[in-house]
Design a protein around this ligand. Structure first.
Ligand code: HEM
Length: 427
């Protein structure tokens, strides 16, 4: 039997805790062919070139093997989400959603949520009182971004057990190790259909009784380009709900794990909250929650790094390997929040650059600052911790942490609750 390719070894769960030596091997051949016929790109310059290349599509209906897979994409009865569309449709949907998320139309939405972020984080840490051990994932890193994305969209937090099941099904279906392309696509679309139906019904109630949340604004929008159709709203609200928490959980958990492995940086963050900005950027480079993107397809023959990627071939962009490319950053395997140059691929690049980055950044900055500040003498219980199965959306399933005590929240120490928010905002 032929030995497994490097990329197949990366997919193998036994390498989940530390795939980075395999990424270094992968980079020796910037564009390689995986066992399933897809082209794997692992060096920074080549990934950036393809992220910006209009001959590279995010619409999987362009795959040569799409017809074989059957019309699974249509199984939900919903249009593709904008992450899986090319221009001009992608750009129209992204513009309509951005109107209710950020500048220029809505510059205050995310900035205005910062006090909420501090309040949610403080409340979750307050709940650790009387304990010396927590699971950072279940007790903190998961409930925090879920609460935030629910508030942003206007989804009742108590419905989490319902949408958790559908979100899990989507995440499992995008894991390339869980079955063939057709089966995974069908499973993913079924989960999106159920989640979309739930969000569509919620949005209908907001049309008559709008609040100040994103769903209400989207169903009542009278902007120059009109509104999203009901189906577009269902499918893209489902994308925001899932993308809005699944990745952030891993950034916070990978972040705390990395800080506990680098106690000098943890100590500095404790005293110097504005270091959080650099810490989070370095984490997005060093331990990124999205390790690779397997959602690209060549629209033409593409010559790159001495290889021709044929039209219709699936392409995998290994963002985590690119961000540690020594031809791009010096000492790439060192966790160094002080590095001056830090262009990373943690949020992707080009037209699909992460929509939620302006929210994910302050979420992680506030979470890690407050954990550093309030957990006294925190320690890892196991290293490495148990990982989730998914090789792409990679992060620990549990992260047990022990500590001696919980320091009081900023307000309880006689400080304005918004101090952290102000420090981070002005840093
Ligand atoms: C640490 C947290 C996050 C990370 C590491 C992350 C990473 C990424 C990456 C790598 C992409 C590029 C996908 C591609 O090119 O196919 C992306 C796109 C996207 N992200 Fe995030 N994300 C995070 C948080 C969020 C949040 C909080 C939201 C929602 C509020 C969000 C919504 C999206 C959406 C909608 C897209 C698709 C954008 C497009 O196709 O134009 N993400 N994200």
């Amino acid at each position: 039997m032929a030995p497994a390719s490097i990329f197949d070894q990366i997919l193998d769960y036994t390498n989940r805790a530390n795939p980075y030596p395999l990424y270094a091997e992968l980079r020796r051949t910037p564009v390689s062919r995986a066992d399933d016929g897809s082209y794997v790109v692992s060096t920074y310059a080549e990934i950036v070139a393809l992220l910006h290349d209009p001959r590279v599509s995010s619409d999987l209906r362009n795959r040569a093997d799409y017809a074989e897979a059957g019309d699974e994409e249509g199984a939900s009865g919903l249009p593709p989400r904008f992450i899986a569309l090319d221009p001009p449709e992608h750009d129209r949907v992204r513009r309509l959603l951005t109107r209710h998320f950020g500048p220029p139309h809505d510059p205050d939405r995310i900035v205005g949520m910062r006090p909420d972020l501090v309040e949610i984080v403080s409340g979750l840490i307050d709940d650790f009182a009387g304990r010396n051990r927590i699971d950072l994932v279940d007790d903190f890193a998961y409930p925090f971004p879920v609460t935030v994305i629910c508030r942003l969209l206007g989804v009742p937090r108590e419905d989490e057990p319902r949408f958790h099941v559908w979100a899990d099904a989507v995440i499992e279906a995008i894991d390339p190790t869980t079955g063939d392309f057709a089966t995974r696509t069908r499973r993913r679309e079924q989960a999106f259909a159920e989640l979309g139906r739930y969000l569509g019904e919620l949005a209908d109630t907001r049309r008559d009784q709008p609040g100040d949340d994103m769903l209400s604004e989207l169903v009542t929008d009278d902007g120059p380009e009109g509104r999203l159709s009901r189906e577009e709203l269902m499918t893209n609200a489902a994308l925001l709900l899932i993308a809005g928490h699944e990745t952030t959980v891993n950034l916070i958990t990978n972040g705390m794990l990395t800080l506990l492995r680098h106690p000098d940086v943890l100590q500095r963050l404790r005293r110097q909250p504005d270091l959080a900005i650099r810490v989070v950027e370095e984490l997005l480079r060093y331990e990124p929650p999205v390790q690779f993107l397997s959602n690209r397809v060549a629209l033409a023959d593409i010559d790159i790094a001495g290889t021709t990627i044929p039209r219709g071939a699936p392409i995998t962009l290994v963002l985590a390997a690119g961000s540690r490319d020594p031809d791009h950053v010096p000492n790439p395997d060192r966790f160094d929040p002080d590095r001056q140059y830090n262009e990373h691929l943690g949020f992707g690049g080009g037209i699909h650059y992460c929509f939620g980055a302006p929210l994910a950044r302050p979420e992680a900055q506030i979470a890690l600052t407050e954990l550093a500040r309030r957990l006294e003498n925190p320690r890892l219980v196991v290293d490495p911790p148990p990982y989730r199965p998914n090789p792409s959306l990679r992060g620990p399933r549990h992260l047990p942490v022990t500590f001696d005590n919980i320091a009081p929240a900023p307000a309880a120490r006689g400080r304005d609750h918004r101090t952290v928010e102000r420090q981070l905002h002005h840093a």
